[in-house]
Design a protein around this ligand. Structure first.
Ligand SMILES: [Zn+2]
Length: 189
């Protein structure tokens, strides 16, 4: 004989478990949205325009640099295709529009400052390495511009996936070929 009471209790328990799981998941989502670290308004200007898929990784990196006692001074993060085209026109050593990871919000340029010392683009690779920050960034999965074989760019930290071709093709497919219309930091991945 079927025991309807037991079946009823079974369903009730399952429903309660389901409800609790749903509540826990929605709370977790809310907690994830609360920024983990606080930055200055100036730093936020650069961090908040990075691609949403990698923004938190750059926040983590910036936080860890600061934990090492360095002030992080941003000089660039997301850069529009139009801005990149102007940079290329000024100097053909610069990447063309759509060919820099900055054009998708996948790269930052920074100076580091501590005790009156400021590390910049012109500072030597050895000086940057001595901070321990390039090493830390590599371990966190970033590429460092000080490691580029033919271009000294120690201010540059980037995430190298997906490939630049992939990003470029997705940008064109989503926004069309006119560089003025492309919002690289909003490319759907
Ligand atoms: Zn850069």
């Amino acid at each position: 004989m079927i025991n309807w009471t037991k079946i009823g209790i079974g369903f009730l328990i399952l429903a309660i478990i389901g409800l609790i799981t749903a509540i826990v998941l929605s709370l977790k989502k809310k907690v994830n949205k609360i920024p983990k670290y606080t930055f200055s308004p100036e730093q936020e200007k650069f961090l908040s325009i990075l691609h949403p898929s990698v923004e938190n990784r750059f926040r983590e990196l910036t936080h860890k640099m600061q934990q090492k006692g360095w002030e992080v001074i941003f000089t660039s993060s997301y850069r529009t295709f139009a801005h990149q085209a102007r940079l290329y026109a000024e100097n053909n050593q610069n990447a063309k529009a759509g060919r820099s990871r900055h054009n998708y919000g996948f790269a930052i340029d920074i100076n580091l400052r501590k005790d009156g010392v400021q590390l910049r683009k012109a500072s030597s690779k050895a000086k940057w390495e001595a901070t321990g920050i390039p090493q830390m960034a590599r371990q966190l999965g970033f590429t460092w511009g000080g490691d580029f074989p033919n271009y000294h760019d120690p201010v540059h930290f980037a995430i190298n996936q997906p490939s630049i071709d992939d990003l470029y093709q997705k940008a064109i497919a989503q926004f069309g070929a006119n560089p003025e219309q492309i919002k690289g930091n909003q490319v759907n991945l």
